[in-house]
Design a binder for this molecule. Sequence first.
Ligand code: GRF
Length: 202
Amino acid sequence: MLTARIAVVVSGGGTNLQALINAQACGKLKSGGIALVIADKAGVGAIARAAKAGIPCEIVVRKDEGFEEKVLASLERHQIDMVVLAGFLGILSADFIRRFGKPIINIHPSLIPSFCGKGFYGLKVHQAALDYGVKVTGATVHYVNEVPDGGKIILQRAVGIIASDTAETLQRRVMEHAEWVILPKAAEIVAAQIVREKESNL
Ligand code: GRF
């Protein structure tokens, strides 16, 4: 059966990568297979998760010269059809997006267009939601374009805020009840579209 070859780009603990690995293992992610993990720095938890799952993993240090060139070469070498940014903390250039030319999706821990864009990542997103006093937040999976967190929205899922929430408790709940649910679903939607296109070209 044709499947889309997926690369997952990570910067941290890899819990969103793990959600993708689990979804693939239980058949919820069936139109795509994780063929590669790219970590943008050494020593992050996502690397061990990839190793445990037997997925090839490359470390391409984001702060090093030629980061985007190296990532593009790796994606080409592994014949990747789509990229999932899962807890990735970098911003890809418009040139990278154009040169890759295939779907790139990202998980952002808020309901875009709230609390997104430059400077909104990790705990900062949840602290901003608490500071503003919103009663509902959540997560968004969107296509990546040249505008940070600006691409077409694919899926969203809401999470209620409770009075006792701190940025840490809210982040955890958004990860568990929103990010880890919609990222695999969105990956399946995009991978299935790629497979349909591959089949129509046969
Ligand atoms: C978390 O802040 C999460 O909300 C965001 O990326 C960070 C780490 O994710 N999506 P992960 O555990 O590395 O997937």
